[in-house]
Design a protein around this ligand. Structure first.
Ligand code: XMP
Length: 506
């Protein structure tokens, strides 16, 4: 077994480091920074990565690791804060950077096993502090205009560090960098894959569930469907799936999804009409986090009621995946938004959670879905958030706004499909901005709503770029929405990447 441990000092992108390592066919896991040496060593340790962090090494609260981490006999790579911590703990100097860098910048690379096959190219910088004096035995292996020590190494001790973020896709040679570290520096051979884990996941589900019963929240999306397929394989008909129509679904979605499940998946699915319940819970609520929490809680209450009806179930299956966990502020990172199935859960509820996909990224979940032989229409469905259209309406949710949003979204999806762009765009949807502006239609003044169009390309939803949809197609979408959807007189296109934006507007 080959294993790379990432000590998690709490940066937003730490899960992404795990993903980058896994993409090289090497199993990786995040551990708390003060983990014991035995825990870090575990089985088959090939290398250690010290992650980024919002902390400063000079603050008392700055998270630390044990000093023995630097003499484990395996390579250690510090990233951003990890580089500063390595410097600080080994006797170098870290200071506030003269300019706070938060951008893609060109880096110059010196010969190093870490930069094999990487010409001078763009790297993603995001830092306040920087190394000004290296510890003894280190040499500079990269520099940028603002950061003279952008990377350093001590080859004899196999210690390496970079100030930039190689895990972020904005770093041009992101994959090559991780190949160099895992294969070149750590000597790994690769071979680990999420598909290869299906038997192990099914085994773990059997262990957790025992002889009990499970209810699953099925959303029609990839994650919950793959999770249900895995559990069904593990415990058969002791799984009951519940599809909640919360009134925040897209046009015709409930019918389409139920039809699809019945025809293709062989799962035992109950459809619950909870439209009125959700909308009444949400009435008048405008604050995004509050909306998310209400939706999270309402889901659980529906599951509790339904579980009673089928004679009881002790476990609730959820399709939670890694990005849901990290963006809800699990681990050391700060809360960006409470995903309905993680941070949006009520404090008390009558289930034990079953979340077999919690360690995986979306594309890994898709690979598992394919390995299970699930239909491609489902595996490649564009992601749709659990809180549905509830977080695509800025402000309070009403039937009128939902109807405008559904109709505009339907037109967008229709046009993207006709243009054959469904697979190349990661996610595309419309947003009810709540903003009203003046326009002119048929010689008369209008004062109506603006609809936002959001379309992004990504591989994992952690970082995205807005999709470069041809202008001609954008014009067609805009014309159709304004002509066909009452009370819309303006369409705007969202040209924000993530970071600094997020995919959804709330
Ligand atoms: P953001 O907006 O955070 O979204 O960039 C990242 C991905 O997650 C989806 N998303 C959610 N999925 N429950 C979910 O199941 C949620 O509460 C939730 N919020 C966002 C979003 O659609 C995108 O694919």
């Amino acid at each position: 077994m080959e294993r790379i441990v990432i000590l998690d000092f709490g940066a937003q992108y730490n899960q992404l480091i795990a993903r980058r390592v896994r993409e090289q066919g090497v199993y990786s896991e995040l551990l708390p920074p003060m983990s014991s040496i035995e825990r870090i060593k575990g089985e088959g340790l090939s290398g250690v990565i010290l992650s980024g962090s919002p902390d400063s090494v000079y603050s008392e609260k700055g998270r630390r690791c044990l000093p023995e981490v630097f003499s484990l006999g395996v390579p250690v790579l510090g990233i951003c804060y990890g580089m500063q911590l390595m410097t600080h703990m080994l006797g170098g100097k870290v200071e506030k950077a003269p300019v706070r860098e938060y951008a893609g910048v060109t880096a110059h690379f010196e010969p190093s096993p870490l930069f094999e096959g990487m010409p001078d190219s763009v790297v993603w910088m995001s830092h306040n502090d920087m190394v000004t004096e290296m510890p003894e035995g280190f040499s500079v292996i990269s520099s940028t205009a603002e950061c003279p020590i952008a990377a350093m190494q001590n080859e004899e001790k196999r210690l390496y560090a970079v100030q930039f973020h190689p895990e972020v896709a904005h770093t041009e040679y992101c994959a090559q960098f991780f190949k160099n570290f895992t294969h070149g520096v750590c000597g790994c051979k690769g071979g680990w894959s999420p598909q290869g884990l299906v038997d192990e996941i099914v085994g773990n589900i059997k262990k957790q569930v025992g002889a009990r019963r499970v209810v699953a929240g099925l959303s029609g999306g990839v994650d919950s469907s793959v999770a249900a397929a895995l559990v069904s394989r593990a415990i058969g008909d002791r799984l009951t799936c519940i599809f909640v129509d919360h009134g925040l679904l897209r046009k015709n979605e409930a019918d389409e999804v139920m039809h699809f499940y019945r025809e293709n998946m062989g799962l035992n699915v109950i459809e619950v009409d909870a439209k009125e319940y959700f909308l009444s819970q949400l009435a008048g609520v405008t604050e995004p986090e509050k909306k998310r929490k209400i939706i999270g809680e309402s889901f659980v209450r529906v599951f509790e009621r339904e579980a009673k009806k089928i004679g009881g179930a002790e476990l609730l299956l959820q399709g939670t995946i890694y990005p849901d966990v990290i963006e809800s502020g699990s681990g050391g990172a700060s809360v960006i938004k409470s995903h309905h199935n993680v941070g949006g859960l009520p404090e008390k509820f009558g289930f034990e959670l079953l979340e077999p996909l919690r360690p995986f990224f979306k594309d890994e979940v898709r690979a598992i879905g394919e390995a299970l032989g699930m239909p491609p229409e489902l595996v490649w469905r564009q992601p749709f958030p659990g809180p549905g259209l509830g977080i695509r309406i800025l402000g309070d949710v009403t039937e009128e706004k939902l109807s405008i949003l559904r109709d505009s979204d339907h037109i967008l999806r229709d046009e993207i499909k006709k243009a054959g762009l469904e697979r190349s765009i990661w996610q595309y949807f419309t947003v009810f901005t709540g903003m009203r502006s003046v326009g002119v239609m048929g010689d008369s003044r209008t004062y109506d709503y603006a609809i936002g169009v959001r379309a992004v390309v990504s591989t994992d939803a952690m970082t995205v770029e807005f999709a470069e949809i041809p202008h001609k197609l954008l014009r067609k979408i805009s014309n159709r929405i304004i002509a066909e959807v009452p009370h819309v007189n303006r369409v705007v296109y969202d040209i924000t990447d993530k970071p600094p934006g997020t995919i959804e507007w709330e």
